[in-house]
Write a protein that binds this ligand. Structure first.
Ligand code: HEC
Length: 269
């Protein structure tokens, strides 16, 4: 018995030393285009799932069928999550294809685990995956809004998605947000973003909220040409326009942009 234990301890020490030496020599490829070995992947998935389960088991879940909650979640989801997690009518983005581990397509799967663990993941993020800890800038009720909205996602199509985003009143963090992204209108009127309750003025302003954050594809923001600044920020003429997405696609030049490496890049959508 004693001999067996000694053998196991020695084998363990030799194994650990080999792993350490391998890692130190640079053997492990940390490139995001090189998937984990299946055993490593299985181990990391197990550790993640168990960690989230253990930490979310006591979280109290509000009424996720509340329509105002769902609507609020739509605006925030569209502003902050679509680039990685997609949406009805958005099949793929540069981020969704390039991150490893890949962000799950929440438009298809909705809430995979429990609402409590979904809340926990959104609030705390997941280390070394690209999934941010949104709790650093968002209040809990806004995070619950996104949980409520995500649970509806697989049931809704692109049109209903856009309608919910339009009704949401844009995105709100509930304090703690940084001022580094420009919330002001380019024309200085700052009329469309924070500070109006869901649904107010929606008749008069038409799709203004959608103009700001409601693009179905994040590339739309990214590619929009600077000449039509009020398209981007929902200027006062937006009610006369049909839909912001078609505005975007009506401009062929805006499908092209130049990457930091100087290469020009054309999107096919
Ligand atoms: C920069 C990309 C990125 C952004 C932006 C992002 N996520 Fe994630 N998210 C990820 C990645 C990557 C994972 C998968 C992590 C993993 O495999 O462990 C993930 C996982 C999740 C999960 C767990 C899904 C599951 O079934 O396991 C939820 C829920 C989630 N994200 C919600 C959101 C919400 C809500 C937002 C917006 C507020 C958001 N994410 C923004 C990259 C992102």
């Amino acid at each position: 018995m004693k001999k067996t234990i000694t053998t196991l301890v020695v084998a363990g020490a030799v194994g650990s030393a080999a792993i350490l030496a391998g890692a130190y020599s640079g053997l492990i490829n940390v490139g995001a285009d090189d998937p984990h070995y299946p055993a490593v992947h299985a181990f990391l998935s197990m550790a993640r799932d168990r960690s989230i389960e253990a930490r979310s088991k006591d979280i109290e879940i509000p009424n996720l069928d509340d329509e105002a909650l769902i609507r609020g979640g739509a605006g925030n989801y569209n502003a902050m999550c679509v680039g990685c997690h997609l949406a009805p009518g958005v099949e793929q983005t540069e981020l969704s294809q390039a991150l490893y581990p890949a962000p799950p397509n929440l438009a298809k799967i909705g809430i995979d685990a429990s609402p409590a663990s979904t809340f926990w993941v959104i609030k705390h993020g997941i280390k070394a995956t690209g999934m941010p800890a949104w709790g650093k800038s968002m209040g809990d009720e806004y995070i619950w809004g996104m949980v409520a909205f995500i649970s509806q996602l697989p049931k809704i199509g692109a049109t209903q998605y856009q309608a919910l985003v339009a009704a949401s009143g844009g995105h709100q963090h509930g304090g703690g947000e940084s001022q580094t992204h420009n919330h002001e209108s380019l024309d200085g009127s700052n009329s469309d973003h924070h500070g109006h309750a869901a649904g107010d003025e929606s008749g008069r302003r038409g799709m203004a909220a959608v103009d700001h954050h409601g693009r179905s594809a994040p590339e739309a923001d990214h590619h929009s040409s600077s000449s039509n600044g009020d398209d981007h920020h929902g200027g006062s003429n937006s009610s006369s326009k049909g839909s912001s997405a078609s505005d975007h696609h009506a401009e062929p030049a805006s499908n092209t942009h130049t990457h930091a490496d100087g290469k020009e890049h054309v999107h096919d959508s």
